[in-house]
Design a protein around this ligand. Structure first.
Ligand code: SF4
Ligand code: SF4
Length: 348
C-alpha cells in the first residue's frame, strides 16, 4: 500500500497517568550555550551545581514502591555535571524505570563512553533542520556539533530523540525535520511549543509565540509525515477540541520539576515565580504554606489553563458572545502518533 492510499494517521491524546510519576530534575543551571528562548532562570533557581551525593538523596525523595517513576535529567546542560554518569546509575539503582538525559548535544566529560544504552535515553535539542535555522536560535556552530553528537549516540546504540521547540522563528522549517531525523536514525520526535518562561517571556524581545491557525495548519501535518517515515511523535495538544474536557496536570498527574535551589514545582508555567508547591529543605520534601501554584490548579475558567491566561491575557481570541474561541489545554497534555503498522491483508 502506498502512502496516498493509506488511511490518515490519527493522533491519540495521552491521558494523564495518576499512578505514574515524572520527575524533571535540573541538576544545575549552568550551560555552555545561550539560546534565544532558554527558559532557565537563575534569578529564581540559583546557579548551583548540585553535588552528586545531594542529587542521590533528592532522587530518593521522589520514588514510591507503588508508582512507576520516569526521570528526566536536565540543566542548564546536564552533561556539564562531571557526576552525570554516576547519577544515571544511581537513579537506576533507586528504581527509576526510565532515565532520559536532555542535552544540547555537546556531551561534555566524554559522557557517551561512560554510560550504556541500557541505562539512559538521550534527547537532543535541535531547533532547525539546518545551521541557517538552528544556529541563530541556539548559537554559531551548534547545529554541526549537535547532529555530530547525535550521530555518535546512534552509532553507539543509544535510543535517541530530538526535541524541536516550535516558535515564530522556526515553524516554517518544521516540515523539513522528519526527513532529517529519519536520515540520522532518530527514533522519537518531540515537538514542543515555545514557552511563556525565561527569555521568551521577556518584554522587548521579538514575540516568538505561534498563533492558533499556524499551529494547527503546520504541526499535526508534520507529525503525521514523521510517523509515516517511521518515527514515534509526541506533540502538545495546546488547543482543546470543543467536546474535550479540560484537566490540569497539577490535579490529575504527578509531575515534579526540581531545581538546584530546592524549589519543586508541579506546573512548569509557574517556574518564573516563587509559587512552587514544595521545597526541599534539610533533605526533606515539604509542602509550602501560603499562596502557591497549588491554589491555582482548582480554579475553573472558560479559557482553560489559568496560568496561560495569567501569563498572556491577550493571547486568546473571543467570539462575539464573549466565549473564548478556543480553550487552552494544560501545557503537559500531549498527543502521540506511532508509525503505521503493516496491514496483514496486504502481505504477500
Ligand atoms: S542548551 Fe538549554 S539550558 Fe542551555 S542555553 Fe540552550 S535552552 Fe538554555
Ligand atoms: S499548565 Fe495550566 S493546566 Fe497545566 S499544570 Fe499548569 S496551571 Fe495546571
Amino acid at each position: 500500500m502506498n502512502s496516498s492510499s493509506a488511511p490518515p494517521l490519527a493522533p491519540r491524546t495521552l491521558a494523564f497517568q495518576a499512578e505514574e510519576r515524572n520527575v524533571f530534575f535540573h541538576i544545575l543551571t549552568a550551560c555552555n550555550l545561550a539560546c534565544r528562548h532558554c527558559y532557565i532562570n537563575p534569578a529564581q533557581h540559583g546557579r548551583a551545581t548540585l553535588p552528586e551525593a545531594t542529587v542521590a538523596k533528592w532522587l530518593a525523595l521522589f520514588t514510591r514502591p507503588d508508582r512507576r517513576a520516569n526521570l528526566i535529567l536536565l540543566g542548564g546542560e546536564p552533561t556539564l555535571h562531571p557526576g552525570l554518569p554516576a547519577i544515571v546509575k544511581t537513579a537506576r539503582a533507586l528504581g527509576y524505570q526510565s532515565v532520559t538525559v536532555d542535552t544540547n548535544g555537546y556531551l561534555h566529560h566524554d559522557f557517551l563512553s561512560r554510560i550504556t544504552p541500557e541505562e539512559a535515553v538521550l534527547s537532543f535539542s535541535l531547533d532547525g533542520p539546518s545551521a541557517e535555522v538552528n544556529d541563530p536560535l541556539r548559537g554559531p556552530g551548534v547545529f554541526a556539533v549537535c547532529t555530530a553528537g547525535l550521530a555518535r549516540a546512534v552509532t553507539a546504540g543509544f535510543e535517541v530523540s530530538v526535541i524541536y521547540t516550535v516558535s515564530a522563528a522556526n515553524i516554517e522549517h518544521l516540515h523539513r525535520m522528519p526527513a532529517l531525523l529519519k536520515s540520522l536514525g532518530v527514533q522519537h520526535f518531540f515537538i514542543q511549543v515555545i514557552g511563556l518562561r525565561g527569555h521568551s517571556a521577556e518584554t522587548g524581545r521579538a514575540p516568538l509565540q505561534v498563533g492558533h491557525r499556524q499551529w494547527l495548519d503546520t504541526v499535526p501535518q508534520v507529525a503525521r509525515e514523521a510517523a509515516r517515515l517511521g518515527l514515534h511523535v509526541i506533540y502538545p495538544k495546546v488547543f482543546l477540541d470543543p467536546d474535550e474536557p479540560f484537566l490540569c496536570a497539577g490535579q490529575a498527574a504527578e509531575n515534579f520539576f526540581i531545581f538546584p535551589n530546592g524549589r519543586v514545582y508541579r506546573c512548569p508555567l509557574c517556574e518564573d515565580y516563587p509559587l512552587h508547591a514544595l521545597q526541599i529543605e534539610a533533605g526533606r520534601l515539604t509542602p509550602r504554606p501560603g499562596l502557591t501554584e497549588q491554589g491555582l490548579f482548582t480554579l475553573s475558567i472558560p479559557e482553560g489553563c489559568v496560568m496561560n491566561q495569567l501569563l498572556q491575557p491577550g493571547g486568546i481570541e473571543y467570539l462575539p458572545d464573549g466565549r473564548p474561541r478556543h480553550r487552552i489545554s494544560c501545557c503537559l497534555l500531549k498527543q502521540e502518533l506511532n508509525p503505521p503498522q503493516p496491514n496483514p491483508s496486504h502481505a504477500a
